[in-house]
Design a protein. Structure first.
Lengths: 370, 276, 318
């Protein structure tokens, strides 16, 4: 129900010390589900807490619907938050936990009762209303935490890694539930997680952070296909993208890349765009799923040594080594493989799916015309 | 054969433990038994059991020897002091555990330094101070002093516990719009009940037994607390062993009752601070 | 969606310098006063001020009705140079502390180790062993006065019963034995405490380390000395310091059992302070204050030295 915008937000925990968050700017549209993704310590939780008003801001502003919220205390920002540990009041029943926030806001008691029932029904909590948190399972507690946020009918939802305390099976089900609720209710949501699979599936847009700064913002598939740098490239996708050192050379009207002792033509990459990188070291990225065992005719081959094979049932992960330097390569192939450990084999890779990154900065070199 | 040997090796240890248990618990049984006999019986046979339990001893002690007054004084002073230090200590502990402010470390250090302060540094000045404020030889005066002596320990125990309550609960309450005092009242206190309970029991036992401050700050007989009353009686009636024993039992029984109900809590509460 | 009827109150929280927003966990002056005020008031009025006043008093001769004459360090020099009773009290307290503390703490350690070896009923028995700790010194003192009684006390009767009748003594009446008799009573009260603390610490030791020692074929004694005791070091130091400070300040038990007699043989620094203040022919609070200050400095010096030593990570041999 609101537009959230963050302008050059910064946070120093110790005055004069390191910046936990450095000049982060972000705009979340009305009704959008924005995911803040990044490794531990990247500052995403600090940003969330500053938006919530739980953490003092060092510099920069947080605005909701155009109104600057820096001087407004947490309760005045009309935000509801779901904490990683759920933060359920242990001495209160589920009903009271749900009603706690409402009662404080001059909502009539009949309205409170009505809303409690509505939200409890929505989340399947009706039979649990009189239980205390310690008598609930992890998934149930999570739903109560969610309910407590929903019942407030706030302008913005904030989620702080709400699924990390759940086991894997429950996580998948609950994230679908959260996604569904958000779509139905339509509240602007900001969601923090370190799990890239979660980020890919749950959000409209992902904002990737690292070391206190924003690295890339975009829709999940877009960020996946066009990572802005090597960090993002490796962060999204499991198993992560393979990154290999290579050398770019001119070769007529297109560039050629010298990789693992072999030379490949990059037809899709007009040489004009790559001029700055010619005759320099680059990092070449190729995702495991873009390596093929069955050697399609159109694709170049790479000679690799098979190090390990991990059959996972639905697919097989191959751990390979390429070239004289034995660069590690991970490939993802079908249910069964003819590769055997210790063999020297050829593997094909899709040149159109190759990414190039500057060897020193990690920044993506202009991608081929889409 | 081996099992037998291990029993043999253990026998001295077991005997020793038995002996130690007798040594520790025996005297209390002895006092209990003496409290139900007459002095002449005791002198005839100090360690025998009461022939006919003289329950009237307790009535005599209560009424005739002023033990009821001493008991009442102790109760008044101790209960009010425990109530006071619990409230004051809990609020201070909550503030130190939850909030960030510049002087936090200093205040905490200063209040906790009271833990190692020798009473001798305080009693003489407190004597003067209470005299000046006309609180000398009054139960309210003693009560306030008791609050001061137990404050450091109470704040220490409660702050330790309160700081372990997950911050998320408080953040959630903040966002729900609760004020500072409401957060204390509705979250810290209900969740902190086990720790508060422990400090209440500990403070009660320590103050019930307290002797030094009472001796310095109280003089009139009708204001004496129980330990003082017993000492006074001891001074005047050294030979009335039965009455003394009865008096001791009056002092022992409240503590023993609390201990019987809450032994684990008390043991853990008093020893936890020393285990590292 | 309807807006909830919500009033945004003006923020009471404080904006501190260097922050460009409100900090909900920074207390407003009102909150600070509400929560810390009473505690600070009580502390200042009945702990901090009395301490300062004791220091002040020590430099004066404080007569009745508050008449105070400045004497500078005269009290201190008197105490240190011209007061044999003070030095007797110091000697007694020192013996009490230096002998009593190790007995207390290592006795508790030994008992705990024996129990840890696996004795039945340890958990239930410890309820009884803790009982003396909870009792007032009045109770403990009077019980032991009775035990030490020459005619019908348990100790003499026991000695007589086992044929050691010639060892019968007036334990509290003989200056040679009085201090040790009081020490024994004090030990009786506190041994259980130390034992239970050590037991708790022993149970908290990581069992895998002890298991590894078993596998290394350690004998029981070797295991205790080289592994267990070093791991208990923090608790041990804690208890030694607690016991030391407690014994340096001992008053209640001595006062109840002997009042410092017979013939100053059980006079401790704290009983002497009390006597000089309230039981002397001239009323002067300055002199005993000086004694209290001196003793306080010694105790603090000890605590500081021990903390410093620990920070140096010295190897304590025991």
């Amino acid at each position: 129900m609101a537009i959230v915008s963050i302008d050059r937000l910064s946070k120093q925990y110790v005055s004069g010390g390191d910046f936990a968050v450095r000049e982060v700017s972000l705009a979340v549209a009305d009704g959008e589900f924005m995911v803040l993704l990044g490794p531990s310590g990247c500052g995403k939780t600090s940003v969330l807490r500053m938006i919530a008003g739980l953490e003092p801001i060092t510099s920069g502003t947080v605005s909701i619907d155009g109104r600057v919220m820096n001087q407004v205390p947490a309760k005045g920002r009309d935000i509801a938050m779901v904490f990683q540990s759920y933060a359920l009041y242990p001495h209160m029943s589920v009903r009271d936990n749900l009603a706690f926030g409402l009662r404080r806001r001059n909502v009539s008691s009949s309205e409170v009762t009505r809303r409690v029932h509505e939200v409890a029904g929505r989340l399947g909590l009706l039979p649990l209303l009189d239980r205390k948190p310690h008598a609930l399972s992890g998934g149930q507690r999570q739903r109560v935490a969610l309910g407590r946020a929903i019942i407030r009918q706030p302008k913005v939802f904030l989620f702080d890694e709400p699924l990390s305390n759940l086991d894997a099976a429950l996580r998948v089900g609950t994230r679908a539930e959260i996604s569904r609720q958000q779509r139905e209710i339509g509240t602007t949501t900001i969601y923090v997680t370190h799990d890239q699979a979660e980020a890919m599936t749950i959000g409209h847009r992902i904002c990737i952070m690292n070391a206190g700064e924003v690295v890339q913002i975009g829709a999940p598939m877009e960020v996946y296909r066009n990572p802005a740098n090597a960090f993002v490239a490796r962060f999204l996708g499991n198993p992560p993208m393979n990154l290999l050192p290579a050398m770019l050379e001119p070769g007529g009207d297109h560039a050629r890349v010298h990789l693992a002792g072999m030379m490949f033509d990059l037809q899709q990459w007009p040489i004009g765009r790559l001029r700055a990188q010619l005759n320099r070291e680059v990092t070449l990225g190729i995702r495991p799923e873009d390596l093929y065992e069955n050697l399609p005719a159109s694709m170049p081959r790479l000679r690799v040594h098979v190090r390990a094979i991990e059959p996972l049932g639905a697919e097989t992960i191959l751990l390979l080594a390429a070239g004289e330097q034995h660069h590690e390569l991970v490939a993802r192939v079908g249910r069964e493989t003819s590769f055997r450990i210790g063999e020297w084999r050829d593997i094909a890779f899709d040149l159109r799916a190759v990414h190039l990154f500057d060897a020193s900065s990690g920044r993506a070199v202009s991608p081929p015309a889409a | 054969m081996r099992l037998w040997l291990s029993y043999v090796r253990r026998t001295p240890l077991l005997l020793f433990l038995l002996g130690y248990t007798v040594l520790t618990g025996g005297p209390f049984l002895w006092v209990a038994s003496m409290s139900l006999r007459t002095t002449s019986e005791i002198f005839a046979n100090p360690y025998g059991l009461p022939r006919h339990p003289h329950w009237s001893n307790f009535a005599d002690a209560w009424i005739g020897s002023n033990y009821s007054i001493y008991f009442w004084n102790s109760s008044l002073a101790v209960v009010s002091a425990v109530a006071g230090v619990t409230v004051i200590g809990a609020m201070a502990a909550h503030c130190l555990a939850r909030y960030r402010f510049r002087s936090r470390r200093t205040v905490r250090f200063v209040i906790l330094s009271g833990l190692v302060l020798p009473p001798q540094m305080l009693i003489l000045s407190l004597f003067q101070i209470l005299l000046d404020y006309r609180l000398y030889d009054t139960l309210p005066g003693l009560s306030i002093v008791y609050i001061a002596t137990q404050l450091a320990m109470t704040v220490y125990l409660l702050e330790g516990f309160f700081s372990q309550i997950p911050q998320d609960l408080f953040d959630a309450a903040r966002m729900d719009g609760y004020s500072d005092f409401e957060i204390f009242w509705r979250i810290t206190l209900p969740i902190g009940v086990p720790a508060i309970f422990t400090t209440v029991i500990l403070n009660f036992v320590i103050l019930w037994n307290e002797f030094l401050y009472a001796v310095v700050l109280m003089t009139s007989d009708d204001k004496r607390t129980l330990p003082l009353g017993i000492m006074h009686f001891m001074g005047d009636h050294q030979l009335d062993v039965a009455m003394l024993a009865t008096g001791l039992m009056i002092a022992i029984i409240p503590v023993a009752l609390i201990y019987a109900c809450f032994s684990e809590t008390m043991i853990r509460g008093m020893t936890a601070g020393a285990v590292r | 969606m309807p807006q909830s009827a919500m009033r945004i109150r003006l923020p009471r929280a404080v904006v501190s310098p260097g922050q460009s927003s409100v900090d909900v966990w920074q207390p407003s002056p009102f909150t600070l006063t509400l929560f810390l005020g009473p505690a600070v008031l009580i502390f200042v009025g009945f702990t901090a001020y009395p301490v300062l006043r004791t220091f002040y008093n020590s430099l004066y001769l404080v007569g009745p009705k508050g008449a105070a004459t400045f004497v500078g360090l005269h009290n201190f020099s008197q105490v240190l140079q011209a007061d044999p009773v003070f030095w007797t009290a110091v000697r007694n307290t020192a013996i009490f502390t230096l002998v009593g503390t190790p007995l207390d703490v290592f006795g508790g350690l030994l008992l705990a180790l024996c129990l840890f070896a696996g004795v039945p009923f340890a958990r239930s028995l410890r309820v009884i062993w803790f009982l003396p700790v909870l009792m007032s010194y009045v109770v403990v003192g009077i019980i032991w006065v009775w035990i030490y009684d020459y005619d019908w006390g348990a100790l003499n009767l026991l000695l007589h019963a086992v044929g050691l009748g010639r060892l019968e003594h007036s334990w509290l009446g003989d200056p040679a034995t009085a201090l040790w008799a009081v020490m024994a009573a004090h030990l009786w009260k506190w041994l259980g405490f130390n034992m239970i603390v050590f037991l708790a610490a022993l149970h908290a030791l990581p069992s895998d380390v002890l298991g590894a020692a078993e596998l290394d074929n350690c004998g029981w004694i070797a295991k205790s000395v080289y592994i267990i005791i070093p791991m208990l070091r923090p608790t041990l130091v804690n208890l030694l310091v607690l016991s030391f400070i407690g014994k340096m300040m001992i008053f209640d038990l001595v006062w109840i059992m002997t009042q410092g007699g017979p013939l100053w043989s059980t006079e401790t620094v704290s009983t002497y302070v009390y006597k000089r203040a309230f039981d002397w022919n001239t009323f002067d609070l300055g002199y005993p204050s000086a004694i209290a200050v001196l003793w306080f400095i010694i105790i603090i010096a000890f605590v500081v030295v021990v903390s410093w030593l620990l920070r140096q990570r010295d190897r304590l041999e025991f």
